[in-house]
Design a protein around this ligand. Structure first.
Ligand code: HEM
Length: 532
């Protein structure tokens, strides 16, 4: 079956297997490539040696900045096949036409470490999928955990500064066992739920092929009648979900830092293609306020018993990249890449992400034309009036490049919504300009507790050991004590055991039962929006 993305990429591929004479970038045939041009065999190298200069200059610029987060990753090509039409929810053609096979590119990553760190560290895993649909690229830029550390995008730089290796000594690499990270967690109780996931076995997957994926945020699906539903996206691995144990993960990191990328690469080479089913949780717009959590809060999941996951299709990764840099390193995902029939919610974390990705890619990929890099190009035609800029690869003909001109009838024109043009959902929005958070976001602990209660006894032991190991590496007593204060809101026994293991103070009062929705830890909350 033809894969439109694979055929598109072939147009850009240079086959190094074919014999070809060596030339400079100007096409000049090179007669000698081992010795620089010198004034005498033992003399200095000459400035006029353009071949040496070109070869060395190109080499000097081979590296680009690594991603500011999710720097270490690996990717593969594949396809997405829909099981049944979702036309009652969305007009997106890749989610309504079951005869279509949509090409995808998926990149898995760790968040904290640099590009050369180990695969099997305790960390969140990125799970980013680019669907090359006939209506444009749709990116589902998710993680392997369903919730996040913070509720508002403005805190993301703080989270990442705390999480990344400490700036004075660049330690630790690929790990969260350090003061600044745990200081942030202790000072930001909204991270309670996420930290339980991070200290669980979910953070040390056995294989990338055996991980779940989550879009995390609430998005919207809109059908042809203009009716909207809230949606959360899920990936369920066909191989099931499996983790390593901590000791195993540490040994693996030492013996083979490439454990996950090698496993994925080799499985695909063998034809043992990894598969994930796409699942949706859907809530009708009129049910937005029916739950005891706010469906816009990214630190909350939607319990599957209440809102079941409907399985709607399957992704199969069936082709490794030809060139890691050209494809995996240069791919640019963005949660704002949507297609008609998919729109955003007002989740304040998602709203900020919509700004951040293009912004970072402008410097990571060198200017405004990185959508022309082969891996990023849509498989459908794209034209507009954007021109010039660094690394422009297109030669635009003609003298007009503006909308509404009388000189060229072929200038790209907006496409009406009923012919496939993207139209934003007309949500009614009212409010005062204000910095703060809704009271409905203040229950930090109920779902953290629910998560702990859902674990099997051996998983609980793993989680307590993880807290003890990671916090045990912290130097500051304040940081350790604050982490125990946080645990004391979630589960008293966990707080007790961890405090004991790391020599920290256990608060006198057990706050577990007082930490529900009705009595949030108000003292730790900054600004609260009180509706009139
Ligand atoms: C990568 C920002 C939250 C998933 C990135 C990058 C930035 C960023 C700047 C690097 C992109 C690049 O260089 O191409 C943010 C901000 C967030 C946020 C500002 C919150 C305000 C999240 C959340 C998720 C997520 C909640 C999961 C749902 C990812 C993934 C990647 C990534 C998977 C790697 C994409 C790839 O493989 O290239 N993020 N992020 N991020 N982010 Fe986020």
């Amino acid at each position: 079956m033809e894969n439109k993305k694979t055929s598109q990429l072939e147009n850009f591929t240079i086959d190094n297997e074919q014999k070809a004479g060596l030339t400079t970038n100007q096409g000049l045939k090179v007669a000698e490539d081992e010795f620089s041009l010198k004034a005498g065999l033992r003399g200095p190298t000459l400035m006029e040696d353009f071949h040496f200069r070109e070869k060395m200059t190109h080499f000097d610029h081979e590296r680009i900045p690594e991603r500011v987060v999710h720097a270490r990753g690996t990717g593969a090509h594949g396809i997405f096949q829909l099981y049944e039409s979702l036309s009652q929810y969305t007009r997106a053609d890749f989610l309504t036409d079951t005869s279509k096979t949509t090409p995808v590119f998926t990149r898995f990553s760790t968040v904290q470490g640099s590009k050369g760190s180990s695969d099997t560290v305790r960390d969140v895993r990125g799970f980013a999928v680019k669907f090359y649909t006939d209506e444009g690229n749709f990116d589902l830029v998710g993680n392997n955990m369903p919730v996040f550390f913070i509720q508002d995008a403005i805190k993301f730089p703080d989270l990442v500064h705390a999480l990344k290796p400490e700036p004075h000594n660049e330690i630790p690499q690929g790990a969260s066992a350090h003061d600044t990270f745990w200081d942030f967690i202790g000072q930001n109780p909204e991270s309670a739920h996420m930290i339980m996931w991070l200290m669980s076995d979910r953070a040390i997957p056995r294989s990338l092929r055996m991980m779940e994926g989550f879009g995390v945020h609430t998005f919207r699906l809109i059908n042809t009648l203009g009716k909207a539903h809230f949606v959360k996206f899920h990936w369920k691995p066909v191989l099931g979900m499996h983790s390593q144990v901590w000791d195993e993960a540490q040994r693996t990191a030492g013996k083979n830092p490439d454990f996950h990328r090698q496993d994925l690469y080799e499985a695909i080479e063998k034809g043992d293609y990894p598969e994930w089913e796409l699942g949706l949780q859907v809530i009708a717009e009129e049910d937005e306020f029916k739950f005891d959590f706010d469906i816009l809060d990214p630190t909350k999941l939607w319990p599957e018993e209440e809102i079941p996951v409907k399985i709607v299709g399957k992704m199969t990764l069936n082709r490794n990249v030809d060139n890691f840099f050209a494809e995996t390193e240069q791919v640019a995902f963005h949660p704002g890449h949507v297609v008609p029939g998919i729109d955003f919610s007002n989740d304040p974390l998602l709203q900020g992400r919509l700004f951040s990705y293009t912004d970072t890619q402008l410097s990571r990929l060198g200017g405004p034309n990185f959508h022309q890099i082969p891996i990023n190009q849509p498989v459908c035609p794209f034209h507009n009036n954007q021109r010039d800029g660094m690394h422009q690869m297109t030669i635009h003909h003609g003298k007009t490049s503006y909308h509404r001109n009388g000189l060229n009838n072929n200038q790209p024109e907006p496409v009406p919504a009923d012919q496939g043009g993207y139209e934003h959902y007309q949500e009614k929005v009212e409010g005062r300009k204000i910095r703060g958070r809704s009271e409905s976001f203040l229950d930090f602990y109920s779902q953290a507790k629910l998560f702990y209660n859902s674990l099997a006894p051996h998983e609980r032991r793993h989680l307590i050991s993880a807290f003890s190991f990671e916090l045990g590496k912290c130097k500051s007593d304040l940081v350790k004590n604050n982490a125990v204060v946080l645990l004391n809101h979630i589960d008293r026994r966990v707080a007790e055991e961890v405090a004991n293991n790391i020599n920290a103070e256990l608060p006198k009062e057990n706050l577990e039962s007082k930490s529900t929705k009705k009595s949030p830890a108000l003292s730790m909350v900054n600004t609260i929006y009180k509706p009139d």
